[in-house]
Design a protein around this ligand. Structure first.
Ligand SMILES: Nc1ncnc2c1ncn2[C@@H]1O[C@H](COP(=O)(O)OP(=O)(O)OP(=O)(O)O)[C@@H](O)[C@H]1O
Ligand SMILES: [Mg+2]
Length: 446
């Protein structure tokens, strides 16, 4: 979280790309009406061509922005498709050249014409835009069914280019969760991190396995994240969404499941229709009702009495796109249920080593600290969850800010004490371990 951001090239550097495309669109229009090309236009085009090659070179701005290298024809296709996002006039030019269509996106046929490709080059372009080609597989562009359909940039590409993406409409019943979170932010045993990365493979390599290799097509992938409150389930979902460059939406099953008969199914259908094939990750909280064994946690079942649980589950399974179910109740898992999931990840309470790392990450990184303060050692000894550590660390920071001093042991002790007392159980100062000595006396009794 504290790592400096890599040096991002300014998008202004890409201006020659847009100018070149505008010129190409203009020349294509001239060509159609039988006008000869002016020498000065051709000269300008040659110059822009050189500038554009430099922009796409290894270590040039494009490769630094996207973190990958492409073939010349792939760059041409990618740039032509993404251009209207940056230069609206190019979108209007595409509309005109495509017979006044509503879409500001170019078809493969139009890109072919703009670049004045010969037959072999045209074939290379067709390959570059096939559903199994890297441009589509790596979610830079969305594929098209034929050469005449508009090609659109994938939301993941726009996200990588720096937030120039159109916001996705929020599906009914869902709530957007602000995502940016990095793998580094997650403190989990290595085995669990590996499982989360495997979940990503299911999303990223679907077209290779299904379309390219003939793997069986199924919905999902669906994962279950199980663990006590505050152990990082939502944070992990945010990391996954960020890695994909997609938006995370949280759905509270309790809220979605209305008490009116019939409403629930309608709500669900509306939600899934809106989410179909969209670059979004859906997180369903309180997924308990989906997998309670008969007779167990009856209360949860009762809340869902009006809903056909199996309908809900099968609708989730059929949805194509990443779905994360979360629960605090791992032990009630039913084998018939887990067989239907691609992944089950248990989120453990952090052990002492993990707590030390959590403390060092969750105290505000630029906050001044008392010189002799051993945050991780002192605080790591107390068995809090990550969520509790976040709250206690922030509380300590506010206490220090309020007093206008660096964060010291007394602030930590007080932050942790407040956190321990939140759930109304009887706490003893002994639970603070070595920090107990720093707790202001007046706090202990009230
Ligand atoms: N494993 C972890 N690694 C890093 N930070 C964590 C971890 N667990 C919790 N945190 C911190 O606690 C905050 C709350 O955790 P999070 O919302 O992910 O918990 P949760 O498991 O989804 O809880 P709940 O079941 O109540 O929804 C996170 O935003 C993060 O700051
Ligand atoms: Mg959560």
């Amino acid at each position: 979280m504290n790592a400096p951001l890599p040096d991002r090239p300014s998008l202004d550097l890409l201006a020659p790309e847009w100018e070149r495309l505008q010129l190409l669109a203009y020349l294509a229009g001239q060509g159609r009406s039988g006008q000869p090309m002016a020498d000065e236009d051709l000269e300008r085009l040659r110059l822009l061509q050189q500038q554009v090659e430099a922009l796409r070179a290894p270590d040039g701005p494009w490769q630094r922005l996207l973190g990958l290298g492409l073939e010349a024809v792939e760059w041409d296709a990618l740039v032509a498709v993404v251009a209207p996002e940056f230069e609206p006039r190019i979108g209007w030019a595409y509309q005109q050249l495509q017979g006044g269509g509503r879409e500001p996106w170019p078809s493969r046929a139009l890109i072919h014409e703009l670049l004045a490709l010969d037959a072999d080059q045209g074939e290379a372009l067709r390959h570059a835009l096939a559903p199994t080609a890297p441009l589509v597989r790596q979610r830079l562009l969305q594929g098209a069914e034929d050469g005449w359909q508009p090609l659109m940039p994938d939301a993941a590409l726009l996200a990588r280019l720096g937030g120039h993406h159109r916001p996705l409409p929020t599906p009914p019943g869902a709530e957007p969760v602000p995502a940016p979170a990095a793998w580094d932010d997650l403190v989990l045993p290595a085995g669990r991190l590996a499982m989360l990365r495997e979940f990503l493979l299911w999303v990223e390599h679907r077209s290779t396995v299904e379309d390219g290799w003939g793997g069986e097509a199924c919905g999902g992938p669906v994962a279950l994240f199980a663990g006590p409150s505050g152990t990082g389930k939502t944070l992990a979902a945010r990391v996954i969404a960020s890695a994909l460059g997609w938006q995370l939406f949280r759905i509270d099953l309790g809220r979605l499941v209305s008490k009116y008969v019939g409403e629930t199914e309608r709500n669900l259908n509306r939600l899934f229709d809106a989410a179909h094939d969209q670059p979004m990750v859906l997180q369903f909280d309180e997924a308990d009702a989906l997998f309670a064994k008969r007779g167990e946690i009856k209360e949860a079942r009762d809340r869902y009495a009006n809903m056909e649980v199996s309908h809900l589950l099968s609708r989730i399974e059929r949805h194509r796109g990443p779905v994360i179910l979360t629960t605090n109740l791992r032990r009630n898992l039913d084998a018939a249920f887990t067989r239907r999931l691609q992944l089950v990840v248990e989120f453990p309470r952090p052990d002492a080593g993990a707590r030390e790392r959590l403390w060092s990450r969750l105290l505000p990184p630029r906050a001044p600290r008392a010189v002799d303060l051993d945050v991780a050692g002192l605080a790591g000894a107390i068995a809090l969850t990550g969520g509790q550590i976040r709250n206690a660390a922030l509380h300590a920071a506010y206490l220090a800010a309020g007093a206008g001093v660096p964060i010291g042991a007394a602030h930590l002790a007080q932050g942790i004490w407040r956190e321990l007392n939140k759930d109304g159980r009887e706490c003893t100062v002994d639970e603070l371990g070595a920090l107990a000595a720093y707790l202001p006396k007046e706090l202990i009794d009230g």
